[in-house]
Design a protein around this ligand. Structure first.
Ligand SMILES: Nc1ncnc2c1ncn2[C@@H]1O[C@H](COP(=O)(O)OP(=O)(O)OP(=O)(O)O)[C@@H](O)[C@H]1O
Ligand SMILES: Nc1ncnc2c1ncn2[C@@H]1O[C@H](COP(=O)(O)OP(=O)(O)OP(=O)(O)O)[C@@H](O)[C@H]1O
Lengths: 221, 221
């Protein structure tokens, strides 16, 4: 069972703290804003109002004993940086600190952050990818040049089966799974995930889970 | 070629606008803060300082002609809501609006938003998952009960091949790919993605890309 501290309970920090606690882990939530502490009190193990840059206050609350600390302060780089340094000095094994710019990310890494998190940029990157390639309904990056993606069955693949389509030779891609609706399945139930049967003809609403090089996957849309 | 408008150029909006423009799409960036407009001017097609709730100003700048508008304003629900209504009235086909809470998400959907985005919550959810199950180094959700995940080769699987491990029968999971380092590959180069050879023994540093039901995948760690 892992012990966490989340310091800075804005939108990112409070959501993270509540999620971690909801999955059964011990979570200390820290913020100098007492209203936020009251709001989060029932959803974490311990919620304390204090200034995160106050080393003695952190020790008094056992923050030095956690396994992982996440600094979710947003608008005050000095506070993020100082809190990061203090946490590492207190011996916290893993400190994840919020970086709002690439420069602050570099600085935080240099002063001890084990990882950096930038919630707005990470979300913007994902949304940009889904807007740039809307045909990829889902995406896992295997490496910078290979992915697993989900696509709707292209019109000219409908009615053909995987043996006829010969995707490995034609496109150098693999069909990892097919999501197909069963005949009388209600709309709100997600389609069933199936291992592809190479002899079964693809249907209009099938969702294909494909794996391959990004340049090859791009040719399917 | 898709035409976008990004309204509200804070951390999320400016990153999204710059990413979309960098991939070759036409992007109109809008914010009432002239300093932000200056900062983004070279990285988007058109950057305009105006108040997004001003319908006439939006029409004058051609915002009514875009395919997709993203409202990235954060701290002012009234402005997000009003801008959303105005954009739909102007006939913008797809409007993605920022919701900071579940309640605002419901309201925005009711008043016309085609989708909602909540950058801090989306990022917090991803980070929580990776902190709760650190053994899953990557994750794609196929549906609420099935996933594709990456794991380090478990110790007791090392030296065995996939035929011996018989994962389909033992765990009801499939190995979709294996990431393996080549003997003299430098550290900074990612391991190569390979289709699994069922007769090849798994090695200590192999990363296995597995697919199955979440409850079955959980048994591998
Ligand atoms: N020195 C500090 N000690 C404790 N808490 C702090 C300190 N400085 C800032 N905080 C808290 O960190 C929280 C998040 O920081 P802030 O609101 O500046 O960033 P934000 O980018 O708006 O956050 P979010 O995007 O997650 O809502 C706030 O609730 C604030 O009270
Ligand atoms: N009516 C409006 N018209 C145009 N721009 C607006 C309007 N209201 C707010 N904005 C702009 O939206 C941008 C983002 O909003 P805000 O800073 O309130 O949210 P935030 O949550 O801090 O954003 P982020 O997390 O993306 O940095 C700001 O740059 C602000 O100037």
């Amino acid at each position: 069972m892992h012990r966490f501290a989340v310091i800075g309970l804005g939108r990112f920090g409070s959501r993270l703290a509540a999620n971690l606690a909801a999955s059964g882990h011990e979570v200390i939530g820290i913020d100098r804003d007492t209203a936020l502490i009251e709001e989060l009190r029932d959803r974490v193990t311990l919620a304390i109002s204090l200034d995160a840059t106050d080393e003695q206050a952190l020790i008094a609350q056992g923050v030095d004993k956690v396994d992982t600390a996440i600094v979710g302060i947003g608008n005050n780089f000095e506070a993020i940086a100082l809190t990061t340094v203090v946490l590492k000095q207190l011996g916290v094994p893993r400190v994840i600190s919020r970086a709002v710019t690439p420069t602050s990310a570099k600085i935080l890494a240099k002063i001890g952050a084990d990882e950096v998190v930038n919630p707005e940029d990470e979300s913007a990157d994902r949304w940009a990818n889904s807007l740039i390639t809307p045909q990829f309904r889902n995406h896992l990056e295997l490496d910078p040049q290979h992915s697993i993606v989900e696509i709707q069955t292209p019109d000219d693949w409908r009615g053909k089966n995987l043996i006829e389509l010969n995707l490995r030779v034609e496109y150098n891609i693999h069909v990892v799974a097919i999501k197909r609706r069963k005949p009388d399945q209600p709309e709100h139930v997600p389609p069933s995930v199936m291992i592809p049967d190479p002899t079964s003809a693809l249907r209009e609403n099938d969702i294909l889970v494909l794996m391959g090089a990004d340049k090859d996957l791009a040719k399917t849309v």
